[in-house]
Design a protein around this ligand. Sequence first.
Ligand SMILES: NC(=O)c1ccc[n+]([C@@H]2O[C@H](COP(=O)([O-])OP(=O)(O)OC[C@H]3O[C@@H](n4cnc5c(N)ncnc54)[C@H](O)[C@@H]3O)[C@@H](O)[C@H]2O)c1
Length: 326
Amino acid sequence: MKNNPRKLLVTGGAGYVGSVVGAHLLAAGHQVTVLDDLSTGFREGVPDGADFVEGRVQDAAKVLDGSYDAVLHFAASSQVGESVADPAKYWHNNVGGTLELLDAMRESGVGTLVFSSTAATYGEPASIPITEDAVTAPTNPYGATKLAVDHMISGECAAHGLAAVSLRYFNVAGAYGAYGERHQPESHLIPLVLQVAQGRRDAIAVFGDDYPTPDGTCLRDYIHVADLAEAHLLALDRATAGEHLICNLGNGSGFSVREVIDTVRRVTGHPIPETARPRRAGDPAALVASAQRAHDRLGWRPTRTDLTDIVRDAWTFAQSLGEDAR
Ligand SMILES: NC(=O)c1ccc[n+]([C@@H]2O[C@H](COP(=O)([O-])OP(=O)(O)OC[C@H]3O[C@@H](n4cnc5c(N)ncnc54)[C@H](O)[C@@H]3O)[C@@H](O)[C@H]2O)c1
């Protein structure tokens, strides 16, 4: 049990990241209420021991009262491709929803927020590793809405003394016990390759093998979801009234698409056929975080940095899902 257990609202706590962070918050002795509309999350994703309110972030005022100490805000629409096809959905849900949440927090006197931001706020990086001072030029509506929310939060901190930390995740991966990645449709590389291993897909598409990287495929920074969860607990403790702290969360080292596929082959024993495809527009050659600020300001260091461990945890979770739950 922690020294200072807090009463926390976790929006999006039935989704992938929110469920894992929620489980860590409960293990640390905090009291957790999950607010989730189950639009992309799952009832069984709500961590054991949390209270559950099925509802929208837009209605947070119905839940938040003076008894809450802080909000961890994961609820969002987060499919890049969908955001290009239906940008208004993203502005309504991510920006509109967060605006309502910030109003409800201010009105009920909840003074601390930890927000799920993203590497997509930076767009194509001029150099790597990407620091928080890098230019923010998102290349899709998803990244633009997350950047807009970061600006909204900065305003609340300056005007009303909100204590806020935005955590800009790079590629979240792996699983934590019963909680893992179940996006539908899935767009993340590791679960997609695992679907090939499970016979749910014939082959994995490799988009571009002529990038200026060691093996020609794109480099991405994979961060284990349990490492990510630990950063949220630290952020909750370190948030300071009137300050909006923005920290990248990544391993600081990239793995190529080919390394991921080879690792899945080793972990699962499946040959994983590949299909060569042309590069996709807007796919940078490398996206790798500098996590120096998260270390300096939060005292955070990722410890589960071995790609084999990350893939093994994701594989164990994928296999634990019954046929109809996939
Ligand atoms: N997974 C990643 O690699 C990654 C990377 C960067 C940032 N993020 C951010 O982290 C957060 C969590 O991502 P995830 O991968 O767990 O996604 P997810 O889709 O699994 O979880 C999102 C949850 O929010 C809920 N939700 C969505 N809109 C809502 C609303 N208006 N009201 C209430 N609930 C709502 C969904 O039902 C779902 O349970 C998102 O904000 C996402 O943008 C994720």
